[in-house]
Every structure is written in structure tokens, then in C-alpha cells.
Design a protein around this ligand. Sequence first.
Ligand SMILES: [Fe+2]
Length: 374
Amino acid sequence: MEALSDLGPQMTAEREFPQSARAMLSAVLQAGGAREAVLFTYSDHALQSARGPVILNAGVYDVYLSSNGNVAPELFKCIAPLKIAGKLVGMVALGRRDGDAIYDIDELEALDLLCHYIALAVHNHALTQTLAQRVSENLRLLGSLHGFYDTALEAFATAIDIKHVDIHGHSLRVGRYASGIGEAMGVEPGDIAALRSAGYLHDIGKVAVDKHLFGKPTALDAEEFREMADHTVVGHQIVSGVQFPWPRIPEIVRSHHERGDGSGYPDGLVMEDLAMPVRIVALADTFDAMTSPRPYREPISVGGTLSEIVRMTPEKFDPNAVHALLVQVRRDAVGSNRTPFFEDRMAASISPVDVDHLAASLQHKITHGRLYLT
Ligand SMILES: [Fe+2]
């Protein structure tokens, strides 16, 4: 009983299993008056059929112990099964007693009692280990699933933009810009993956648009514009039937041409109606469209594009998202981005000082020129 009361707090304390095992063995040594004791954890052993501790002698060594282990069977004098719900989870083996006395009924009963508790601890440990193993296996599977998604969606993005040379790479860049903006806003990694995928897929409805519209050197007429604008609704229909790990994809695909002042399409939503991922993809999309060539104009410079975007903020674009875009552009300009936000074609085309001016004027616009002192 004394050994048992010592053992309780040891087993419930927050510690590693080897430490608990040591505490359990010292309780066994104390209760059995043994000089040596060993704890085994396994589930397949002849002890499965034993009802309690077994005294070992030359006649039963063969039944319970193998002679080709690294310990001679003769060193064990008594073994006791550790069982949970009748199933073996391990065993405790005792060596010699002081003065080589044999274990009598009192010691065996004490050992039997202790073994119920030791079995619980061993079983708990095995469960924890299995659980940890399952969790890490699941995480690995999830990781490869995400890798698979990324690769498949990249292929989609490339296919969407195949219709005209001017939009080659557009969806991939929007995915990269959207995730970069999100990252600078402190968005969580899981939501960054969603932003990247949404960027890859935002124009998926363009597969249904006549490819000649993409190469038209003049402005689209009303009917052509409607066909082009419909890519938002068509895209929404396409992705609505797909089970993505990110629930906002259909919403982003439908609303990426909406603007904060209600001037966008297809639903004429206003800023409060637009979730942050929608605002981010809309900004990334606009930024890439303006800095890319069109049949009717040259690409606009990064500086020109950003000052135009700042001019339209906060009316059309989310100021925090625009600020995050400026942060990424500035990091590129000073060379502190580990992986550059831009491709080479746009690298270093704006100075950090110019970005700072844009950030200051954005700040001025959203505070209406008032100074807030804290
Ligand atoms: Fe679009």
C-alpha cells in the first residue's frame, strides 16, 4: 500500500514516459523486496493466458522467455502480466530477492495490485504514441494533398491564360500577388494558400469567352463587354460545383471585378459587402492588368500603376490591402524580399523613396489630412 500511494502522484505528474517507468519500477522493487526489475511493453506474449504473476523456474523458462535474448532467462525469478480489458500490453519481470529468498504470496499479491496501475500507464503511453503517429501521418497526407492542389491549380491557371499572349502568366501572377498582399497583412498561412488558389482561379470563366476579344486592338462594344464581364458569373458557376478546401473561392471568382464604390460588376456590390479575400484578389488583379500590355496600350509602369491605385483608394480599393501591396513593392525595391514579389521584368523599377511618398499620400487620404497623436 505504501508503494502504491507513492506511485500515484508519480504517475499523474507531467513527465516523460521513461521517468514514469522508473518510478513504477522502484515501487515494484520496494513492494516485492526485489533487487532487479524490468518493464516490457508488448502485446504478443505467452503471458496473455496468465491470470497473475508467475514464479519462474527451469521448467517454465521455455514457455515465457527466449534463450537467445541479451539477458539470460535464469536472471528472472518472477514475471507478471500487464493487462487492459484482458489484453496484454506488457509485463514486469523481477530479478532476485534479497538473500535469494523466493517470492511468496504477499509479494505476488502486492505485485499483482501494482500491475493494474502500471498497465494503465503503459497503455496510456501506447495510445499517446499511436495518436502522435496518426496526427503526423495525417499532416503528411494533408501536405501532399496541398502540394497536389497547388500543382493542379497552377496548371489550371496556365490554361486559363492561354487565349492571348497579353494575358499569359496573369493568373499565376495574381495568385502570387494576392498571397504576397495577404502575407504583408499578417494573414494566417492557411488563408494565404486560399488567396493564392483564388488568384489562380479568379478568371476561370474566361474559358467561355471568345478568344478574339482578348486581341481586339480597340475598346469592346457593349455586347462584347457583356460577354467579357460574364466571365465572373460563368466562373462562379464552374467553381461552385467543386469542393475546395477553401470555402470562399466561388465568392472571390464572382466578385473580383466589384469595386468599393459600387461601380464594379456583376452585382454592383459596395465595400462592406466584399470580404477581405475578395478585396485582396481584386487589387492583385488590377495591379497585374495595369502593369501588363494590352492590344490597345503599352504596360503602365509600377510607379504609374501604384499612384493610380492610390488615387482610387479608399473609394474603390481597400486601403489596408493597398498599403500591404506598397509594403511588398518596397521590400522588393530595397532587396529585402527573400523571394521577390515581382518577376524580373518589373524588378527595381521603382525606388523606395517613391514608395514611401505613395504610402504617405495613401495615409493622408484615409485620415483626410488629420494628424492623430497617440
Ligand atoms: Fe477577371
